[in-house]
Design a protein around this ligand. Sequence first.
Ligand code: FPP
Length: 246
Amino acid sequence: MPETPELDPNNIPKHVAIIMDGNGRWAQSRGLMRLMGHKAGVESVKKIVRAADELGISILTVYAFSTENWKRPPLEVKTLMGLLQSYLESELADLVKNNVSLRCIGEKEKLPDAPRQVLEKVIATTAENTGLILNLALSYGSRSEIIMAVKKLAEDCVSGRLQPDDITENLFSQHLYTGGLHDPDLVIRTGGESRLSNFLLWQASYSEIYITETKWPDFDRLQLIEAIYNYQQRQRRFGKTGEQVK
Ligand code: FPP
């Protein structure tokens, strides 16, 4: 058994965002259909939500479906939507019991009716919960999110409610799906690829990035602790010098 690193309880990242990659490869390497990888991936989501809560993380954002994922084969899209729906149905009671508040970032109006209705129900039922915020990125793409915010601000300028000079980084952030949420401190990508794949491009400007070769279905509590331990060894400078932030 690998040893569990000792975490500094005073330096737990507030917001952890995860690109859950590698489900397909996990399945293929076992001679299984890709869809089985997504099914196993849901079990990892359940474990990591519990672990994030126990470790004192305040916000966990998981990239469950991107705007580009609609281009996958129809059976894979259908399976992912079905898994989303059954996850939400089966986890609702536990989310309530554990005081988790479920939210969604992305074009949720594009989801098929059945998962969308369950999603709305879980969001409404858990809205007043004060524990972990579990943020599902669904039909999410950072570029389209940025365009959405630009359009809203442009409309406000055209109507005279806003002057271009009043547009600040803070105001812009408020117009994103994540408005009001702390930016991610740590972005984890499983599956070994080194890219952001249109995920939280604005919000991750100063996030620490941790990439692991582990494929999402194999990512567990110990691996999350290792990612946080790695984060805790870094010095976040936000553009300043090392001396300034000591
Ligand atoms: C990337 O793996 C993963 C996805 C596109 C979907 C992630 C979805 C889940 C973990 C399950 C559903 C989520 C919830 C919240 C119920 P990939 O298929 O691109 O893997 P590959 O790179 O190995 O092909």
